[in-house]
Design a protein around this ligand. Sequence first.
Ligand SMILES: Nc1nc2c(c(=O)[nH]1)N[C@H]1C(S)=C(S)[C@@H](COP(=O)(O)OP(=O)(O)OC[C@H]3O[C@@H](n4cnc5c(=O)[nH]c(N)nc54)[C@H](O)[C@@H]3O)O[C@H]1N2
Ligand SMILES: Nc1nc2c(c(=O)[nH]1)N[C@H]1C(S)=C(S)[C@@H](COP(=O)(O)OP(=O)(O)OC[C@H]3O[C@@H](n4cnc5c(=O)[nH]c(N)nc54)[C@H](O)[C@@H]3O)O[C@H]1N2
Ligand code: SF4
Ligand SMILES: [Mo]
Length: 647
Amino acid sequence: MAVDTRRTTCNRDCPDACGILADVQDGKVVALRGDPAHPVTRGFLCFRTSRFPAIQDGPQRLRQPLVRRGGQLVPASWDEALGLVAERLLAIRAESGPAAIFHYRSGGSLGILKHLTDLFFDQFGPCTTKVGDICSGAGEAAQQHDFGVCDSNDLFDLLHARHIVLWGKNPAVSNVHLVPVLKDAQQRGAEIVLVDPIHHRGATLAAAVLQPAPGRDFELALGVARALFDAGRIDPRAGTFCDDLPAFRALAERHTMAEWAAAADVPAAAVADLAQRFAAGPTAILVGWGMQRRQNGGAIVRALDALGAVSGNLFRPGGGVSFYFRRRKPFRPFGPVVAPPRVVREPLFAADLMAAQDPPVRCLWVTAGNPVAMLPDAAGVARAIEQTEFVVVADCLLTDTARRAHVVLPVPTLLEDSDLLGAYGHHWIGESRPVVPMPPGVRHEVELFQDLARRTGLTDYPQDPIDQLKRRTLAGIAGAGADLEQLRRQGAVRSPLADPLLFRGERVPTPSGRVQLVTEAPSAVQLDVPAAAPGASAPLWLFSNSTEKSQASVWSGHDLGARVWVAVHPAAVPGLAAGARVRVVSATGAIDAELRLDPAQRKDTALMPKGGHFDRGHSANQLIAARPTDLGLGAAYLDCMVRIVPA
Ligand SMILES: Nc1nc2c(c(=O)[nH]1)N[C@H]1C(S)=C(S)[C@@H](COP(=O)(O)OP(=O)(O)OC[C@H]3O[C@@H](n4cnc5c(=O)[nH]c(N)nc54)[C@H](O)[C@@H]3O)O[C@H]1N2
Ligand SMILES: Nc1nc2c(c(=O)[nH]1)N[C@H]1C(S)=C(S)[C@@H](COP(=O)(O)OP(=O)(O)OC[C@H]3O[C@@H](n4cnc5c(=O)[nH]c(N)nc54)[C@H](O)[C@@H]3O)O[C@H]1N2
Ligand code: SF4
Ligand SMILES: [Mo]
């Protein structure tokens, strides 16, 4: 049969929200390409999504509901599965109140209609929900505090930059459609600086690379600020558009530039060079996600905000301090904000779940997440879930978490779903539509909850068809040219609510209208250092970074094989050869790994991939203690010390 090309939008937890073109033959997706008409996608896709059809049709794919019987998950009909779920939800609510039901939703799909999942639990309860955000909580809270908003200039404003600082960011892996924009900016004369303790492919783009000590970015930023104060290169208007400039100056002047540089473990000349770039401008800071997944993550992002502001770059075209694009802003919410009866702090999931009393959490419902593999203290999370009376997981794949469920509900994949998407790396919105139909045993998540609402007597739950729900959430922008028809014709439409420059008139939406500068140094971090053992390495900072081969715990092409890998500088493990079998030991746990040697790394770091499966002993989160960040209840994944021990 002829090949038919169909268009959709990627719904994965990724900044890019790509336009996808799918070639379909005989009802199967035979190839995926990036939409050349999408201004950000520009005709290419990432490694992981271009290989997604193999996952969609692979052995982990869920094609019918599963129900636990006699200890085993066995296939069931939708009627049986939803009948059981409705019965248990109603019974638990009647016996213990809605706080005994905890709905946990993560980022497996960024579709806006996923909010209808939350709406069900708001209307059924309100039920217990999570608070905090292990992904971006600290950075968002920092920018919200400093600027009154966490959003960005238009992506293509970067073309006006003379310097672009990738501050703890790895676009070649986690934000691949930023790379062509960086290259275009370079063509126009911009220079790129990379600041990252880990050496990665971003270095090939960079005119200057700084490899500071892990978590020392606050000191590095203050060193740059000190150099700017010393040289009289602070923006002369900084005192009018920032609050607390004298206190920030006093903080920067606590140490000399050379002392700050030493604290960050970078050469003083590199700090002076960075300061020059901020003074010359326009300089854009692209704030990555890694640094803010530390106990002082909020303070670190606040220091970067301050640097952008006092150097005058925040308000200039080609400047800005960009961490996030407000992807939900264009869409109208489906219900009012409802106060939950109780919250579980996401970074402390296991401890809060276990400690919940009056009532205990009797039912856990997981939507679009794999907390067993992805949350810190993974073994604790697995135990807490195993001890929960009734666990429901809605997913497309049989994950570490789904294997622990009592009921597993199969939902469409990104190639079968129908939804609307904003992006957190640009301001275009798109529609997802099935390029192939879902298998007959799978249900769209909205329709699943519509059915459950009928079974549980929720008469106010929206029962409209999906297209109508899409129109409803687009209502605020439809009149401005972003209606459903326009999305279908054009593929992607720029949000009419996004100004190309985030701030105008040197004002920010804080209560005073001025930038809130950080005025205090963060406190010392708490680190659990594993005990020394014969043959063990010195303590190393564990990084568990995104890899191009997976989207969190969803691996494309192939899994990690028999063992997860760990990469270190050869001097960190004298006497051990590449390929050696080692144990990676922290104060929280230990896992077996295959050693990789990389002389480009610092001697005090160990790098593992994010997303290894828990049941295979591959999850870095088995090593990572659950600790919150200073702001925004993020998770301090990266303040983790390990030793490498020969196995
Ligand atoms: N291929 C792929 N892409 C993804 C994902 C994926 O799993 N796989 N995940 C998606 C998700 S969920 C998110 S939130 C985004 C962002 O996901 P991330 O991968 O977290 O984003 P990056 O900001 O590119 O990478 C973090 C960088 O911060 C660096 N870093 C860590 N600690 C420090 C520090 O103390 N100082 C400095 N300067 N740098 C530090 C790390 O070495 C790393 O290079 O990416 C998305 N994209
Ligand atoms: N060690 C370490 N841990 C980390 C990180 C790190 O850098 N290091 N990064 C953290 C970050 S940034 C994040 S965002 C989290 C990610 O953590 P999670 O969001 O838990 O990540 P995934 O493993 O992608 O799980 C998402 C699940 O959603 C499913 N899914 C996809 N589409 C749908 C859908 O439409 N409906 C439903 N119901 N399910 C769907 C997928 O199959 C997948 O199993 O991990 C965090 N954990
Ligand atoms: S995961 Fe990201 S880069 Fe890959 S196709 Fe989806 S949106 Fe694009
Ligand atoms: Mo994330």
